[in-house]
Design a binder for this molecule. Structure first.
Ligand SMILES: CC(C)(COP(=O)(O)OP(=O)(O)OC[C@H]1O[C@@H](n2cnc3c(N)ncnc32)[C@H](O)[C@@H]1OP(=O)(O)O)[C@@H](O)C(=O)NCCC(=O)NCCS
Length: 209
C-alpha cells in the first residue's frame, strides 16, 4: 500500500509531485561526447568473471544489503553460473569509462516475460575505488530490460538506511511506492525496506540525458 506520509527525504513521489518530471543530470560531470572509451556492460559468460562476481557478492559489506530469496544470503560461483543460464535473471558486469576492467555487477531478477516485469533491480560495486558508475550501469541495464526484453515495469527495493542505493534509485527515476517494515535483518537488527517501481515510459538512460 502506498503510504504517502513516509516518503523518505529526498525521494520524490511523482504520483503527487508535479515538478518531478525533471530528469537528473548524468553522474561524473562527463558528457557522453567526451568519453572515448565509454563504460560497457558485459555478460557473465566466462568462469573468471563468474568467480570475480561471486567474490564480490560473498563480501559482508555487499550481501548484507541483498536478498537472493529462500534465505540465500550469498551466491556461490556455481549458483551464479546457473543464474546466468536462466531467463529469470539478466546479469551484467560493468566497466569504467577508461578501461575494460570489471568493477561491478548489476542485475534484473525475477524477470517474468508473461507479465513483462522484473521483480528487482540491484547493483553491487565490486571495486570500491571505482564509485560513480553504478547508476549509469543500472540505467543501461534498464534500457536492455525495457527495449530488448519488452518489460513494462521494474521493481526495486533498498534497506532504508542504505543512502547510496536510495540516491541511485532516485537518479534512475524510480517512484517510491511504500515501506515494508522490519523485514530485513543485519547483525541481528531489523530494518525496513523501501519499495520502488519504474515503468518503461518513465525510463531515460542517464548517458542520453
Ligand atoms: C550502492 C552502490 C552500488 C553505489 O555505488 P556507486 O558507484 O557509489 O553509485 P553511484 O555513484 O552511481 O550513485 C550513487 C549515488 O549515491 C551517492 N552516494 C554514494 N555513496 C553514498 C553514501 N555512502 N551515502 C550517501 N550517498 C552516497 C553518490 O554520490 C551518488 O549520488 P549523486 O549522483 O547525487 O552524486 C555501492 O555503494 C554498493 O555496491 N553498495 C553495496 C551493495 C548495495 O547496497 N547495493 C544496492 C542494493 S540494490
Amino acid at each position: 500500500m502506498l503510504r504517502g506520509d513516509d516518503t523518505p527525504p529526498g525521494h520524490r513521489n511523482r504520483r503527487t509531485s508535479p515538478t518531478a518530471a525533471a530528469w537528473p543530470k548524468p553522474c561524473g560531470g562527463m558528457g557522453t561526447q567526451h568519453r572515448s572509451h565509454p563504460m560497457k556492460l558485459l555478460p557473465l559468460d566466462r568462469p573468471d568473471l563468474i568467480e570475480l562476481v561471486a567474490g564480490w557478492l560473498g563480501k559482508e559489506e555487499n550481501y548484507k544489503w541483498l536478498d537472493f530469496g529462500n534465505g540465500v544470503h550469498t551466491v556461490t560461483a556455481v549458483a551464479l553460473k546457473i543464474m546466468t543460464q536462466r531467463e529469470l535473471h539478466l546479469l551484467r558486469v560493468y566497466t569504467p569509462d577508461d578501461s575494460d576492467l570489471p568493477i561491478g555487477v548489476c542485475g534484473l531478477s525475477n524477470v517474468d516475460r508473461r507479465f513483462k516485469t522484473a521483480g528487482s533491480l540491484w547493483v553491487v560495486l565490486g571495486e570500491k575505488r571505482y564509485g560513480g558508475y553504478a547508476s549509469r550501469a543500472a540505467s543501461k541495464l534498464l534500457t536492455i530490460g525495457f527495449r530488448e526484453l519488452g518489460l513494462e515495469a521494474v521493481g526495486a527495493w533498498t534497506v532504508d538506511v542504505n543512502a547510496a542505493a536510495r540516491r541511485g534509485l532516485e537518479r534512475l527515476n524510480f517512484t517510491y511506492i511504500g515501506r515494508q517494515r522490519r523485514c530485513h535483518w543485519i547483525d541481528g537488527r531489523p530494518y525496513d525496506r523501501l519499495l520502488y517501481d519504474l515503468l518503461a515510459t518513465e525510463h531515460r538512460e542517464l548517458d542520453h540525458d
